[in-house]
Design a binder for this molecule. Structure first.
Ligand code: TYC
Length: 114
């Protein structure tokens, strides 16, 4: 997007006073978002998945149960959408918690294209 503007900066010389210049808007781009996705498996107890969703993502019990059941029935489900760094931290936390408790539960992150 271009905008017409009066060139009134302090650097003006008598020759460019009052000149009309074309100014380009700075490109303002949002950083890309990533979703943390939980993967289904046959062994992790449902209650543990609900516990992880509450603890790591701050979802309430009802929302956590809803996400867990989506993963259980469809194979995958979105836990939340974050910046890349936060998504990586969340996913690492889920995977570490699962490992520490001896469960195969896994999460991964996926970039969102806008
Ligand atoms: N499928 C598991 C079970 O029947 C429950 C489960 C849900 C496991 C979601 C992982 O990401 C998961 N106990």
């Amino acid at each position: 997007m271009f905008k017409l503007s009066q060139d009134n900066d302090n650097e003006s010389t008598s020759s460019d006073l009052g000149a009309i210049v074309l100014e380009k808007d700075p490109e303002v781009k949002e950083p890309p978002s990533y979703q943390v996705v939980l993967i289904n498996d046959d062994y992790t107890p449902m209650e543990f998945v609900v516990f992880v969703l509450q603890t790591v993502f701050g979802h309430n019990h009802e929302k956590s149960t809803e996400i867990m059941m989506i993963v259980h029935t469809k194979g995958k489900g979105v836990c939340g959408i974050f910046s890349k760094e936060i998504a990586e931290m969340m996913s690492y936390e889920v995977n570490t918690m699962a490992k520490d408790h001896g469960h195969p539960l896994l999460s991964e992150i996926e970039p969102l294209t806008d």
